[in-house]
Design a protein around this ligand. Sequence first.
Ligand code: DX5
Ligand code: ZN
Length: 215
Amino acid sequence: MALIAPSLLSADFLNLQKDCDMLNASEADWFHLDVMDGRFVPNISFGFPVIEPVCKATTKTCDVHLMILEPGNYAEAFQKAGADILTVHYEACAHLHRNLQQIRSLGMKAGVALNPHTPVYLLSDILQDIDLVCIMSVNPGFGGQKFIPQTLSKIAELKKMITDKNLATLIEIDGGVTLENAPSILAAGADVLVAGNTVFKSADPTATIAALKKL
Ligand code: DX5
Ligand code: ZN
């Protein structure tokens, strides 16, 4: 059964308490929080004044996706803000091994996100140090984009790498996940589905989460 991680980016920012309450009462497993710096990606989202109260308000695992340069400068602050999982981008880290060690030493799970153009084999020598690989299935920076089909073969390739090395690393898919394409994403080997628009723009978010969970 997949883990479901609704993305805060598509929530109603004037009613975050309402969306937190909905999520807490739902079958969601994680809350996915997207941090954008306007440098690594061409958009700015939200930072600590949003993340801290949301992590306090939710009973779910806080899955923080950093789309920022120099994430190491802020790892401790995200841990203090309540992050359980901290994901950095491969493309933003010249010293990825150091970044992952830092995240784990702060007591968080360490994730690595890959842009659509970054091949999964680049992680082969560091996979044992990663708790979660987030394969971006859209170009990071915006919610509501279309799923890139090439992602499916990346998932299958990464799944084989993880199985061959006998690791427990989770595969998360982020961007353009819908009720229609989720079955093929799961069949390829994904463990965690991020869903922004699919959940929060649906008529009944709780039912949509339950439907994703059932797949
Ligand atoms: C995009 C973010 C995603 C986004 C997904 O850069 O990383 O987490 O919220 O939104 P949807 O599911 O609407 O594509
Ligand atoms: Zn994300």
